[in-house]
Structures are given as structure tokens and as C-alpha cells.
Design a protein around this ligand. Sequence first.
Ligand SMILES: [Zn+2]
Length: 704
Amino acid sequence: MRTACTRAAAFSLLLATPAGGGEERPPLGFTAESAARQREIEAALVALPSAARCESLHAQLTRAPHVAGTDGSRRVAEEVLWRLRETGLETEMVSYDVLLSFPRRVEVELVTPRLVRLARPEAELPEDPFSREASLALPWHAYSKSGDLTADVVYVNRGQAEDYDTLAKLGIDVRGKIALARYFAGYRGGKSLEAERRGVAALITYSDPAEDGYVQGDVYPKGPWGPETHFQRGANVYDFIVPGDPLTPGWASVAGARRIPESESKVLPRILSVPLSFQDAREILQALGGPVRPHPAWQGGGPFTYHVGPGPAQVRLSLDIPREVRTIRNVIARLPGSDPDPAVASQVVLLSNHHDAWTYGGVDPSSGTATALELARALGDLARRGMRPRRTIVLGIWDAEEFTLTGSTEWGEEHAEELRAKAVACLNVDASTSGDRLSVSAVPSLRQFFHEVARRIPDPKGRGSVYDVWASDDSTSGRGYGVLAGESTGEPKVAILGSGSDYTVFFNHVGVPSADFLFDGPYGVYHSIYDSHEWMRRQGDPGFRYHAAMASLWGVAALRLANADVLPFDYSAYGRDLVVYIDEVEALARQRRMVVDLGPARHQARRLAALGPPSTAGGPEERRRRNEALLMAERDLTRPEGLPGRPWFRHLVYAPLPSYAAETLPGVREAIIDNDTARVSAQASNLAQALRRAADRLEAAAGR
Ligand SMILES: [Zn+2]
């Protein structure tokens, strides 16, 4: 998982819980007849996941570090494989040789005004035996350039474009300097690319207590937030341009595949970078001179006034972080569909998680892997009791997500044609649990679906259903990574998909309707040594009941998609959201005094909005036609040529920004921002054509 930013906006909802009791409506996509059978299956499923088993699976998966490409990761992959085999599902391990990166030497010193050795390891906590581990001592960014340099430091706040603009107005030249940036409000790769563009020589990103430390609340082990010595490892790579193995951009890293030289890669950083703890960063911050921070928002949580420099603080970096090709291992399990029609039985509901971690993976991702294994066990059990899904369920537990979404991207590229023809949806659960509140990012067509699924799952703390807690969410404690966009209703918010986890290849490249969800909560130890079983046991999910609840929720969602008479995609919600996105982009154009004709796109969006929810009326032949259209409609929103400048990203409605936040209508929006009139009209026309393909297809199937 790549936690990019705190949730965009706090919102409170004055919402009555839908009345219970009375005749239950069939779930979206089910006839009254098949709804009864589906209810039986769901009742059987929800009874199966066990919190105690989730806890012991989690303890096993997190007992040692398991960074992709290491023995620890191979061990976890093998364990996942044999546990899946035990469930009775068909299993396979799929390996790829890909470019990874590992630290050999990371030295960071404050050299002026006094010598202080930095890059110190995280403090050992007597309460957490996992916090003592020599192999995790170095702070490092995967794929950082190696080298040795000494330079003056400039504090660049969050390291975003507007921060550098502010510094330029103060007359501060960052060229050749070391930029010291706070984490959050943007992904580290985006900060690095911006630093490169500004001529910065090296980038240090540090964890400020304002974002994930004592300013937020009690620090670990007393609370869930990060102690001053924690640092955030992670990849520094520009996978918002193209994810996956940097040497095979856009095609699978299978044996014999063409590989480009590193020097041709557009995603590898050309500067040195390293993460630091606040304990280390404050030594630099307190030694900075120059102007006082230009804006109160630049003041972090340290108990001193932040200055921007440059200097007199000087830092020396000496990094040896070789990039090497190593083997990664995806584990795939398959539960074949039972529908008598082979065309339906072979359609795929894809469940997605990854198994590699920067440290122990307490939250990210082993909470999700433990949940996935518990769900696989339940699905295997149901299948043996005659409750096999109509459509095929495939569970992919990927490797090297933490590098460049690598395992899922290579597999998705290898199987793109089959997925384009057969994939119904991708339900991604990376971390499953860091708290007790559901957080969902999804395509708009799955919004009502998730509201219904969440109503089906009891909240483990007895606060009604998961939906009830979700609807009362004031969002003050969560740290979700989605942004909200589209129509506003009284229902719980579903964020839009950015990037930063394994659905990316399926959604942005192939056009498979996708969702990403977890139980969220205060979590300040992301990618640190404290992201351990002990943290989860004490802070995230004592008793592991939310792990079990997620196995139920994920399972009910999977089985509804796998068993539905008509695929439960509500394209009218998609259409309504599209109208809002189009209005926003038009307002942006107006602000910039650009002429853009989005009338045709808006007309097509309104056709989608007029479709209404999927109907189960009519006979089997009508439903079959409707399903065919619903299966392909998301693909209509992609274009084989992709977005200008990043052809791998083919979806025309959503793309990730360098921050990992989602961007709507990226082709049109970026052309407006670049003031490129010709490109704006070409992109507006591509968008209108894509929306027309989907609207034509869905209207024809609805018999209009
Ligand atoms: Zn993850």
C-alpha cells in the first residue's frame, strides 16, 4: 500500500440507517428467486471466518521481514502456496525475473555546523520483540541512485511544485542543494520527480510528527502513532508513468522478453534519495538558517521554529543501493465456476492482495494476506458443500507490489487479452485492517453494490452493521488514501481509485471495474519496523475481529459478483459522476480562459445517467445480452493509445497523479493545465467517443 495523503476532506453525515425488518429486497443483480439461494450461501460464508485463525495466520506471515527478492519473501510465498493448496483451490506459483534494488551502504551525516551521524536505526522497544532486527537497520529508498555528495540543505516543506515556487519567490535557489521534504501530501516518487525537475542534487524525505507522530496522538507502543525514531522505507520510482519491472515497460517480464537498458527507463530516479526519522531530521532542521518558514503551514510538529536555509546546515550522503534482477513469486489460486454455460463459468472475479512487505507487514500487507487465506479457506469449504460460485474466482497474491506494483503488473500484462475478455471485476485488498472503519475506493458503478454488501456484515464491536459505522464516519481518525469526487448523496462516501496498489494494471491498463477497501484507523508506523504483529495485536485490531469481518465482506462481495443473474454494475451512477467531472474540468478551462467543447461528452454522460440500475427483468436471453454489455462497458472507457505521454495508462476517466491521488478525466485536464488547445479538443473528442461506446452498448442491451 502506498498511503499518499490524509483523507481529503472531513465530512459528517446526518443519515438515518435504512430501516431493517420487513421483506428484504434482493441484492442488486439478483432475481427474487436466486436471492433466496444467495442468502443461504452468504449466511454460510459469514459464519466461517475465525478471528483466532486470522491471528495465528497473521503471526506466521509476520514472523520475519519479507522484502521482495529476499529469502524472507520466498518463505512467505511458499507458505501462502501451501496454505492455499490446503483449502482445495487450484494453485500455482508464477515467477518473474525483475529489476529490484537493495541497500548495501546508507551513510548520512550532518557535517556543518557540527558532525552528527544520522540514518540511525529505529529504537528498540522492550514491548515489541520485533523491533530488534539488524537486517532492517538502514533507512533507504528502493531504486535511489547511488553516489556520494555533500551539499547545503534547503527545507522544501512537502516538496510539491507550489513549495518550490514559494522558495523561488523568496529568492532561494535549490539547484545543487539537498532538499529536505516532509512525507505525506504526495507520494515520495512524485516528490523526487519534482526535485529532479528543479535541479535538486538529492532528496531527503522525513516523517514529521505533525503527520504521523506525537502531534496526532500517543506513539507506539502506548498508541498507534510513530515514535520519533521511526522512518518510512519505500520505493522511489515514477510508476505513475508506467508501473511494473522498469526494464520491461508495458510488456511482461517472461523468459526471453526484451529488456531495455536502465539508462532508457523513464521511471528510475536520477538523483540520490533517502528517508529519515524525525529524530534525524530535526538535527538538520534545527541547524538551518535563512528565512523563517514563509507560511504557517510549513511549520511541522517539531518544538522549534522551522527555517528554510539554504545552509548553514550541510549534509553528506553516501549511498550504495545496487539495482539487481531477482526472482519474484506470485501465488495464484483458482476456484472454477460452476455455471452450465461455459462462457459464464469462465468469467473471472479477481481477488487481489500482495505478500511482500518492507518490514514485517503487520498492516501492509500481511493483514490483507491473512484475511485472504481465511477467505480462501471459507470459499473452499463452501465449494465442498456444493456452494461453488457460478463464475470463476481467482485469488492473486502478488510479490513486489512495494517496488513498482511489479508482480501484479507483470501478470496482468501477460494475461491482458484473457482479462479483457473474461474479467468481471477486481476486488483489491492490500492491507485489510488498521482500524475499525470501512474505507472504500471504487468505480462509481460499484458504489451501490458496496453499500449493500456493507449492510450485510455485522460490525464486530456491535455498532450495527459495517454500513452503519461507515455512514456515521466523521473521518477524523482515518488515514485513507483516496479522494472524493462526483455526485454528493447522503450515502457513505466511496473514494475514486488513484493508484498505489495492485488493481492498477487491471483497472487503468485493461479496463476492469475495480475496488480497493480496508478497515481503516490511526496508523503512524507505515513501512517502519513497528509495522508488526505486536502493533496489530496492541493497536490496530486487538482480537483480530476486523480481519475476520473483512474476510466476510470480501467474500460476500466476491460471491455476489460471481453469482449475480445480472452483473451488479450501476452505470447510471457512473454517468452522474461523469457529469460532475465534466463540469469541473470545464470550470478549470474557464478559469484559464480556454475554450473547450465538452458538450458531446456531457451528452453521452447523461445517456449513461439515464440508464437506471441494472435490471433483472426479462428472460435468460435478455439477461445474457445485458451481462455481455455490463462485462465490457468499462473496457469502452479505455483507449489502446492511452494517455498522452503515458500510453500504458489507457483509462480515459481516471489516472493517478504523481501524488497517487486519483485524477478525473486526465487527458482533458492535463491538456488544459498545459494550455494546449489542440490537445484539449482531441482529448475531449476521445472522451466523448469512449462514453458513446459504453452508452451505445448498454442502451442496446437494455433494449432501448
Ligand atoms: Zn501494500
